[in-house]
Each structure stands twice: as C-alpha cells, then as structure tokens.
Ligand binder design. Structure first.
Ligand code: FAD
Ligand code: NAD
Length: 450
C-alpha cells in the first residue's frame, strides 16, 4: 500500500456504518495517486482518515437474530481493517469518538472512549473534506425511564444486553417459590414500536420460545408472553396493506399480542403505562422491555447543526442537498441516517449515497484535470423492502416493472436469507452466518447466559 502523503489533501470520514463503508469501498484512492493531484488542486484526495468509536462494520439487518442466539454476534461484525487493507493507499483509522466539528477552522476533535488509554486520548484533526456518516441515535422522545430501563436494538452491545436480560428473566422466573404474578411479569416481553426493528425482534423472540424454550424450560414456556405496542393503527407502515394484514395475522397465530393505536406514556423499572385509543390508561408489567421507536439525530449532529449558521432548518438531521453537501457548510458532506433528505433512514439509502459520493469525488477530480464531466444529482433506486415475521416466514414488497409485487411466506423467507447473505461484504461473514443458521437448526440456540 502507498503511504500517507502530507502534500495531498485529506478526506476525514466519520463512521464505519453502511454509508461510510460503501463510500470507502468505492473511493478510488489509487486513481488519485496515479493522476498525481497535489495540494493546490481542488481534489487531491490521497489519504483518508476514518474515525469511529467501533472498529468494525455491523451488518444491522441480522442484528435481531443475535438477540436470541440464532446468529452469533461476531458473525455480523466485520473488522474495519479487513476493509481498509484492500485499498491501494494506507487508510488511517482512529478508534475514537468525534466530539466536535468546527466548520470554520475545518477541524474535528476526537476522544479515545475505550477503557484502555495511552498518554494521549484527545486530539484535533484537520480536514480538507469531511464526510459525516455517524448514523442516528435512538428516539426516546425525552421520556424518563427509557434509557434506564429499556433495551435498544441498534448496536452489538444492545443485542448482547437483550440476550443476557432475556435469559435472566427466564432464570429468575424459575427461581424457587417465585410468586405466580411475579413469574408472569418476568416472562412478559414487551416491544415498543411496530416498525421493522420491533416486528423482527418480536418474530425472533417467538421462534426462540417455540424452538428452544419449550424444550429447555417446559414448565415456564407456556407462561412467556410477547406484546408489541404500536402508536399507529398498524405495524410495518412502510409495507403494502396486504403484507401488513399478513404480518398481523401471523403474529396472532403465533400468540404475539399486537396493541395498535396504543402509545407508551410512562416507563418505570417493572411496568409501563400506555394510553389506548379510547383514552384509557393501562399499566403493563414487564420483565424485558425493548424500545424500537425509530431514530433521532445524535448529539454531535445536533451540535454541528447549531454551529452551522444558515440553512440547517430540519430537527430530524443534517440537511443535505442532492449532491450530499451539508447545507450551509463548506467541503462537508453527510450520508446515511445522520442526514435528512427525502429518503427513509435505511441501509439501502446509506449504501447508495456512499457509492454516489465516492463517484462525485472521482468526477470532481476528472473535472480538475480538465475533462468534461457532468455531475448528476443523487437518484435513489428502491430495491424493495423485506422483513422477517417469525415461524420461517418473511414479507417482501419488491418493485416489478412499473409496479410492486407483495409476497409473504416461507419461500419469501428463503429469499430473505439469500438476499442478506449476498449483501454481506466478506466471504468470512457469509460463512459464519451460514454456519450459525445450520448450528441453531441442528443443536438449537444456546441458552447459556454470559
Ligand atoms: P450506521 O450504520 O448506524 O453507522 C454509524 C457509524 O458512525 C457507526 O460506525 C458509529 O460507531 C459511528 N459513529 C457514531 N457516532 C460517532 C461519532 N461521534 N464519531 C465517530 N463515529 C461515530 N436497513 C435496511 O435497508 N434493511 C434492513 O434490513 C435493515 N435492518 C435493520 C435492522 C436493525 C436492527 C436496525 C437497527 C436497522 C436496520 N436497518 C435496515 C437500518 C440501517 O441499519 C441504517 O439505516 C443504517 O445502519 C444507516 O447507516 P449509517 O452509515 O448512516 O449509520
Ligand atoms: P420506525 O421509525 O420504522 O418505527 C418506529 C415505530 O414506533 C413507529 O411505527 C411509531 O409509530 C412507533 N412509536 C413511536 N413512539 C411510540 C410510542 N410512544 N408508543 C408506541 N409506539 C411508538 O423505527 P425502526 O423500526 O427502528 O426502523 C428505523 C429505520 O430502520 C427505518 O427506516 C426502517 O425502515 C429501517 N429498518 C429496516 C428494516 C428492514 O428493512 N427489514 C429493519 C429494521 C429497520
């Protein structure tokens, strides 16, 4: 690999998620090197600096499967170094959190947030171009108790926490002379949010109950109850009505209680209070509470929006134009969930934005060389929506000709699996996930608690 060239301009890339990794994979550092662009020129990008508090890429679509051990955590984590080593130029990676971005001085502040620190754990890094791909935070609506008592499902540690707590609830419910009402509370698993995250988690939990808990904890399994609470009139609002009905029917058959038109209003350590459509306030005791009510901007994105004086008018994220430029800032781009545009916050969108941005950098370089290149605005191509709904069934809305095809069932589940395996970046991860699926089918899921 070619080494860092101090005479060349630097792209600082924040994040190692879907947006950042697709950008990094597509960015042709070798190309820039060959053309020998130097510091005086607009786009002499020869070194990238990647900054993220986690040193791996996380394949989020399979994260719900990790909460019950269908798939092991490490199987969906791809070390960032496996990706950067394939670049023609050495990519510097700092495992740290970016705590501040100063668009005036074009610098960012980073902090080593890991347990082990060296003599230096804070630093400032200058950039020529900044690509912000920091994703989004969990939406809590500022409700007290959510961060203290609920589990989110966004990061690897969230899935680990859910898996541990789930088994803790089961073991505590089985504790000697546990009163029946306490057994019922401990075995009540409540999911808040009927978007795809909440639905897929409830589905995985149901499978775990049917395939494993009934076998290993027969005295408790029939007492375990799953409830999904959703404020809107139905779950999966982004899917076609046919698939919404199919999902709700499947959940009913699987004895997952779906409480629609019901909004969580209060969260305490052992119970939540919900407001139903008829204005009735109901108390629901729970053992495990999983909170999946969508996204909100991360504190860093909010801080940056406040710093940029003009144009940042959306409370939902960094406002970008059709070229991924952060409105009101110079030489700064944002992609993925941290950016606010007309697209949904999905991996599909983040991936396409990342690739598009790498192409923009390439086109700009060609233009600087004197070539005649037109830069077209970003256009998103929707490849369909997929979700797992339990009992080896999935739902899929797929674009077909000029319309849409809606399918659901076991065949769709096979399709769901094959799509996600094909989307995994490395052969290593594909192999590990296929191995996990086989292992959990043959031997059952691991019920030991870490
Ligand atoms: P992320 O992938 O969240 O990455 C953000 C990165 O920024 C991380 O590396 C993080 O460590 C880093 N970061 C955060 N703060 C800082 C900071 N201060 N400094 C430096 N780095 C920072 N979408 C689909 O299209 N299909 C699916 O099937 C699907 N399934 C999903 C399942 C689950 C359980 C979840 C939670 C989401 C799912 N999504 C799916 C949505 C998808 O995961 C997101 O849209 C996608 O991850 C967004 O990519 P991103 O790069 O913007 O952010
Ligand atoms: P979401 O925003 O899609 O859904 C959150 C749900 O929570 C909404 O339906 C909302 O009405 C509900 N809600 C909010 N507050 C509530 C309250 N107080 N009480 C009860 N219900 C409440 O969130 P998500 O499911 O986490 O998904 C986030 C993004 O990630 C979306 O863009 C989604 O498409 C994407 N994603 C996609 C997949 C997939 O394609 N299979 C899987 C997971 C996530």
């Amino acid at each position: 690999q070619k080494s860092f060239d101090p005479t060349k301009r630097t792209i600082v890339l924040l994040g190692t998620g879907w947006g950042a990794i697709s950008f990094l994979k597509k960015l042709n550092t070798d190309d820039y090197n060959v053309v020998g662009i130097n510091v005086k020129r607009f786009l002499s990008v020869l070194a990238d600096v990647v900054i993220s508090p986690r040193n791996y890429f996380l394949f989020t679509p399979l994260l719900p499967s990790c909460t019950v051990g269908t798939i092991e955590l490490r199987s969906i984590m791809e070390p960032i170094r496996f990706i950067t080593r394939h670049k023609s130029r050495n990519v510097k990676f700092f495992e740290s959190e970016c705590t501040d971005i100063d668009p005036e001085s074009k610098t960012i502040s980073i902090t080593d947030v890991s347990d082990i620190k060296g003599a230096v754990s804070n630093s400032t890094i200058p950039y020529d171009y900044l690509v912000v791909a920091i994703g989004a935070d969990n939406q809590t609506f500022g409700m007290a108790g959510v961060r203290e008592y609920a589990c989110f499902l966004k990061e690897i540690w969230d899935a680990q926490k859910i898996r541990t707590r789930l088994m803790d609830c089961v073991e505590s419910a089985g504790f000697a002379s546990q009163p029946p009402e306490e057994v019922n509370r401990l075995l009540h698993m409540v999911v808040v949010g009927g978007g795809p995250t909440g639905v897929e988690y409830a589905a995985e939990l149901h499978d775990f109950l049917k395939d494993d808990l009934e076998l290993w904890y027969p005295e408790l399994a029939d007492k375990l109850k799953i409830t999904l609470v959703e404020a809107l009139p139905n779950v999966l609002p982004m899917f076609s009505s046919q698939l919404i009905q199919y999902t709700e029917r499947t959940f009913k058959q699987n004895k997952i209680e779906v409480m629609t038109k019901t909004m969580v209003k209060e969260v305490a350590d052992k119970e939540i209070k919900v407001l139903k459509a008829n204005n009735e306030m109901v108390t629901i005791p729970y053992g495990l509470l999983v909170w999946a009510t969508g996204n909100c901007p991360r504190p860093l994105a909010r801080k940056l929006m406040a710093r940029i004086k003009e144009g940042q008018t959306s409370p939902r994220g960094l406002l970008i134009d059709d070229y991924m430029r952060v409105v009101g800032a110079q030489d700064m781009y944002a992609i993925g969930d941290c950016a606010f545009s007309r697209y949904a916050p999905t991996a599909q969108v983040a991936t396409q934005q990342g690739k598009y941005l790498a192409n923009i950098f390439e086109s700009l370089a060609r233009i600087e060389e004197g070539q005649n290149k037109k830069i077209a605005p970003f256009e998103y191509t929707h490849q369909g929506s997929l979700a797992y709904i339990g009992s080896d069934k999935a739902v899929a809305d797929l674009p077909f000709l000029n319309g849409n095809v809606s399918v659901g069932g076991v065949a769709t589940y096979v399709f769901w699996r094959s799509v996600y395996i094909s989307y995994m970046f490395s052969f290593r991860n594909k192999f590990l996930v296929l191995g996990d699926w086989t292992k959990s089918k043959v031997f059952g899921r691991d019920v030991s608690r870490e």
